[in-house]
Ligand binder design. Structure first.
Ligand code: SF4
Ligand code: SF4
Length: 231
């Protein structure tokens, strides 16, 4: 069977541990320095349900380790895809799985938002917890992204929240950082979350667990994607 290049990318990512892969048309969503990289490949790696189930009132050391390990795996997958594409003669770059780049206007963002690519690739919506929420695994996932100038068949974007009237994560947040609004494409992050309140709470309360950089309560409390848990 002859696979298309899109199918080869999916096959490679899944063989390395990805749970879902999507392709996004990024035109009009890219900053000037990346405007020629019109295709975004979004990679999802599912988190361990057992580890997330143990995040009840605070993060665990195991969760912090898992978070870092999955980020490392995502960086390996997106690097492998970058190499595949570059070998075909196109430009490609992996966005780091977890990296914050302080700018003059935003201290809590990366060089390009994985969530933007994932929603445009139809992999999920942005929940009231400000995380990507998927139908299959809820927000119990981590994300990676490859940007490229290779044109590939695109998936249909998701443009609106499917959280509905649910407010579980909003009530669970100990920092009162979540604002309870339903996301739509183009919505400002500040309308969903007070990123400063979230970050300050983590660094004050969880310094002994993951040096205050993880929490996870708004992820573990979400009922989406937990139906297939087998106990
Ligand atoms: S990570 Fe924790 S503090 Fe931050 S929004 Fe989620 S529940 Fe609140
Ligand atoms: S807990 Fe409810 S409101 Fe929060 S992300 Fe999940 S579905 Fe959306």
């Amino acid at each position: 069977m002859n696979l298309t290049f899109r199918e080869k990318i999916i096959e490679k990512a899944i063989s390395m541990g990805a749970s879902k892969v999507g392709f996004a048309k990024l035109e009009n969503f890219l900053p000037d320095n990346f405007s020629h990289l019109k295709t975004g490949i979004s990679i999802i790696v599912r988190l361990s349900d057992q580890i997330m189930n143990d995040v009840v009132d605070k993060p665990t050391h195991t969760y912090f380790h898992h978070y870092r390990t999955v980020n490392f795996l995502i960086d390996q997958i997106t690097l492998a895809i970058t190499i595949m594409i570059q070998n075909e003669g196109y430009l490609a770059m992996a966005i780091p799985a977890s990296q914050t780049v302080k700018t003059k206007t935003d201290a809590y963002t990366g060089i390009f938002q994985h969530k933007t690519v994932a929603t445009l690739a139809g992999l999920g919506w942005i929940g009231k917890n400000a995380c990507l929420v998927t139908e299959e695994f809820g927000p119990r996932i981590r994300l990676g992204t490859v940007l490229t100038n290779m044109i590939l068949p695109y998936d249909e974007p998701i443009r609106n929240s499917k959280c509905g009237n649910c407010n579980i994560c909003v009530k669970k947040c100990p920092a009162l950082a979540l604002k309870g609004n339903n996301w739509y494409q183009g919505m400002d992050r500040d309308a969903l979350i007070d990123a400063f309140a979230c970050s300050s709470y983590m660094s004050e309360q969880y310094k002994d667990i993951g040096r205050g950089s993880v929490c996870g309560l708004c992820i573990s409390s979400c009922p989406k994607g937990t139906k297939i848990i087998r106990k």
